[in-house]
Design a protein around this ligand. Structure first.
Ligand SMILES: Cc1cc2nc3c(=O)[nH]c(=O)nc-3n(C[C@H](O)[C@H](O)[C@H](O)COP(=O)(O)OP(=O)(O)OC[C@H]3O[C@@H](n4cnc5c(N)ncnc54)[C@H](O)[C@@H]3O)c2cc1C
Length: 372
């Protein structure tokens, strides 16, 4: 029996899952070190995030960020028709933030001397009440608990669960973020207070305002975020995911890296969208693409090692919950760790497996509806 009063915890991966977990466990009195393979700023994950209440409450309760300062809101949802008219519209209150604004606040709240960059985990092992992470520079970290928050392509998950792989869902999301000042005023105004959609026969486009790169939420400082789910039916998705340097990417080709022929085709195809979205795509400097995947795991706890965030479950972005789920996995791990560690991990795993499975199923259902 191990006591969860104060644990030494080593976290592999310093993005959303790693930082929410690291902070939640620190606030509960545990000693946490985060090990991140990147050597500089993390590559931003695109743009907009639907700001789920659980995540905002955590940021607010711990004085990390006041929700009003990092969110934009809309009070209506509108579907455009093919000719850019309003097909239907209804009241629907939403809050949005951006991946970079949340990441920056979390990173600032986590102590620098416990956030180790340039540390790529190459092995994880658990024996008795100890977990050990081994890094590519030959060093190791021993802890009472290791948390694997390495994202959808986690190599540690591959070792713990050989054969468990993300499954391509058969379509991609073209995406872009552009300063509102770069968009014609008449187009920008259409997004004011409105979460805007266009549902095509085999595609779905949506757009909304998000905070600016420095978190500004005042008019003029914000950015417009759009996502175009496209079944790219006559095209080979592997070619779309090969970047301009000829490198084959797994999940996404980031801004500035789309091959020019892929970008030209995207821009030409976007001219066929309702004018609001056609203009928005035209005003975006560096569109990018993300392939849509589903991932589920049969287990999240391996003695004193746990998997969380995208390393465990990747739900389609229609659920608008990737970041919120990574946050909830970490926050709930903190809440669960009381008394006997093994019993706490067992409880946490049962709850988070259920939540992950539900979310992935919901994403599949939504994707099937939207894309067919
Ligand atoms: C292109 C793209 C756009 C997205 N856009 C949105 C969005 O707009 N809204 C939203 O809610 N969600 C979005 N998501 C999903 C969202 O980014 C994830 O759900 C969320 O970031 C999950 O956090 P995570 O920490 O589990 O994984 P990740 O954010 O993927 O982070 C994993 C971290 O682990 C590090 N790492 C990986 N392997 C190792 C290793 N071996 N050793 C040490 N470190 C390692 C990585 O460098 C990375 O920092 C997007 C995802 C992608 C790929």
């Amino acid at each position: 029996m191990g006591d969860a009063d104060r644990l030494d915890v080593a976290v592999s991966g310093g993005s959303m899952g790693g930082l929410f977990t690291g902070l939640a466990l620190r606030y509960d009195g545990h000693a946490v070190d985060v090990f991140e393979r990147s050597t500089g700023e993390l590559e931003s994950r695109g743009g907009g995030i639907v700001a789920q209440p659980r995540m905002l409450d955590f940021l607010d309760a711990h004085g990390i960020a006041a929700p009003a300062e990092i969110t934009t809101t809309t009070s209506r949802r509108r579907y455009l028709d093919r000719n850019d008219g309003v097909e239907r519209e209804y009241a629907d209150r939403m809050s949005f933030t951006s991946w970079d604004a949340v990441y920056r606040q979390l990173r600032d709240a986590f102590p620098d001397d416990r956030y180790r960059m340039g540390k790529r985990t190459v092995d994880a092992d658990s024996a008795g009440r100890t977990a050990t992470l081994a890094f590519d520079d030959g060093s190791t970290a021993r802890a009472d608990l290791a948390v694997v928050a390495e994202g959808g392509r986690s190599s540690t998950r591959d070792r713990l669960l050989p054969g468990v792989e993300p499954e391509y869902a058969g379509y991609v999301a073209w995406r872009g973020v552009t300063p509102e000042s770069a968009v014609p005023a008449a187009v920008n105004e259409r997004f004011e207070d409105v979460f805007t959609f266009y549902q095509g026969p085999h595609d779905l486009v949506l757009g909304y305002l998000i905070p600016g790169p420095d978190g500004g939420t005042a008019a003029g400082e914000r950015r417009l975020n759009w996502v175009w789910y496209d079944d790219v039916r006559d095209r080979d998705e592997r070619r779309l995911l090969t970047d301009e340097d000829g490198r084959r990417r797994e999940f996404s080709v980031p801004p500035g890296k789309l091959r020019s022929d892929v970008e030209s085709r995207l821009r030409a195809d976007a001219e066929g969208l309702p004018a609001t979205f056609a203009d928005l795509v035209a005003a975006t400097d560096e569109p990018f693409v993300q392939a849509i995947y589903d991932l589920t795991v049969p287990r999240m706890v391996f003695d004193r090692i746990c998997l969380l965030g995208d390393a465990a479950f990747v739900a389609r972005p229609h659920t608008a919950a990737g970041t919120a789920k990574a946050a909830a996995d970490g926050i709930e791990l903190g809440d669960a760790l009381e008394g006997d560690v093994e019993a706490a991990l067992d409880r946490w795993e049962r709850e988070r497996l259920e939540a992950g499975r539900r979310l992935v199923a919901e994403g599949r259902r939504m994707g099937e509806n939207y894309m067919n």
